[in-house]
Design a protein around this ligand. Structure first.
Ligand code: SF4
Length: 434
């Protein structure tokens, strides 16, 4: 009832809509409406062009908890950053917190990664269900303080492979360039929780200069992945400075950006940003996506803008116990990503960071999910399942057993339905002319 009355109350000033739309915003209403049949899709404005999309969920949330906030303010990414939910009181005012969540939130600050949730992402969480998927990814519980064997603050040994602060040089022809320790929304299972949230002050302009100098001095580096923290939380001019400098290095062939912004702060993907990004092709973006509940009209619009700027989009998903560790949830997520032009790229086994045991699943769960997807849905919707080997071994792909053995020259293969087939794997032997 409350939701219905809030929906009826909604009346946005027309001016607040047109201000948000840039000349390059060609998002097709048909495409976005196809992507989301849900009744929550609301097209504001008039005429044939798409104006702006928003979900009823975020609208209701804004009306309830931010009644003085205008539609324009809500859709301003800087407003979203300024108004992040960062402490117990703010969270308790919005959510019916469980005892477990309360205890975790009230422990002394500084012991864990800080709480940080954008109001937009908070609008996607369930207010009274502590076991709901997205809520578990961003609100801490006491399990975070339980450390088990094999866990580490830096499980991937990134610090070991770091010749200078901010650069991780593990593979011969590419580097990870960590340019910020800031994220708009902090994921409780973050592999870089040792960095994220301002524990360190390592990402100054001077540090970036050193990183760029390192890349320029190593001609084998042809691929730079900009990550952090979340690089898309930086201002356009800072990001452009980095892209400009990196793209000026002759041996850097491609630049990639790793981000969760389209899911947690989609307002950041403005026409101005995409206009700037498209000047630095070939540029790729890997989007951290966790659960189909993230696939809102707002995220669809953000991804559409990036794709329309010619940026190939891939996704990275961490396998999380009780959150996305079943075939149906993953199928919805990966097929939903394809509909907004994001190709599922990696499914990661959750890294053994300190206090992560409640998030981790057995590897067999991930293999079962891949087996439940491969052949049952489009190949484009099936990512590579990998473990980032602890200690810096790099990504190791994991596959269900489709090759079950040999019978003479024949390879015995199991298909997606479990049927056995033979492949004559005897090229060059026993050849006859017919
Ligand atoms: S967006 Fe990425 S870097 Fe930021 S908190 Fe989440 S997992 Fe960590």
């Amino acid at each position: 009832m409350e939701s219905e009355s809030l929906l009826k109350e909604e009346a946005e000033p027309p001016g607040s809509v047109t201000k948000l739309i840039g000349p390059e915003d060609n998002s097709s209403p048909a495409l976005l409406n196809n992507a989301f049949h849900s009744a929550s899709v609301v097209l504001v404005g008039s005429g044939n062009r798409a104006s702006h999309f928003k979900s009823s969920r975020s609208r209701i949330f804004r009306k309830k908890f931010y009644p003085q906030t205008t539609y324009t303010e809500w859709n301003d990414w800087r407003w979203q950053l300024r108004n992040r939910i960062r402490d117990f009181d703010a969270l308790a005012a919005m959510f019916d917190l469980s005892e477990d969540e309360r205890n975790a939130l009230l422990r002394s600050p500084g012991q864990a990664m800080p709480l940080s949730i954008t109001p937009y992402y908070a609008s996607l969480l369930h207010g009274d269900n502590a076991s709901e998927a997205l809520r578990r990814t961003v609100i801490p519980v006491i399990d975070e303080y339980i450390h088990t064997e094999g866990e580490s603050d830096d499980p991937l040994g990134e610090d070991h492979d770091s010749p200078i602060t901010g650069i991780v040089h593990r593979y011969p022809d590419r580097v990870l360039f960590l340019v910020t320790d800031f994220c708009s929304t902090n994921c409780r299972y973050c592999t870089r929780s040792r960095i994220v949230g301002g524990h360190q002050d390592l990402f100054s302009n001077g540090q970036w200069e050193k990183g760029i100098d390192y890349i320029a001095a190593n001609p084998d580096i042809r691929d730079v992945l900009i990550s952090g923290g979340d690089p898309l939380t930086m201002a356009d001019d800072k990001l452009e400075w980095l892209l400009y400098r990196l793209s000026g290095i002759p041996h850097v062939e491609i630049i990639r950006i790793g981000t969760k912004v389209p899911a947690v702060l989609p307002q950041r993907i403005t026409p101005e940003l995409t206009r700037m990004l498209k000047r630095y092709h070939p540029l790729f973006i890997s989007i951290h996506a966790t659960h189909p509940d993230e696939l809102t009209p707002e995220m669809a619009q953000a991804c559409t803008r990036l794709a329309d700027a010619g940026i190939p989009l891939g996704s990275q998903t961490v396998l999380l116990s009780g959150i996305n560790d079943d075939v149906e949830t993953m199928k919805q997520l990966f097929c939903g990503l394809l509909k907004i032009r994001v190709r599922p790229y990696y499914l990661y086994q959750c890294d053994p960071i300190s206090g992560s045991s409640h998030f981790r699943t057995p590897v067999t769960r991930g293999l079962d999910i891949i087996q439940g997807l491969r052949g049952h849905t489009s190949g484009y919707a099936v990512p590579s399942y990998v473990i980032d080997a602890p200690g810096g071994g790099g990504k190791v792909p994991l596959l269900p057993e489709y090759v079950i053995g040999r019978d003479g020259d024949d390879l015995l293969l199991k298909n997606y339905e479990g049927h056995i087939y033979r492949y004559p794997d005897c090229l060059g032997q026993n050849r006859e002319i017919h």
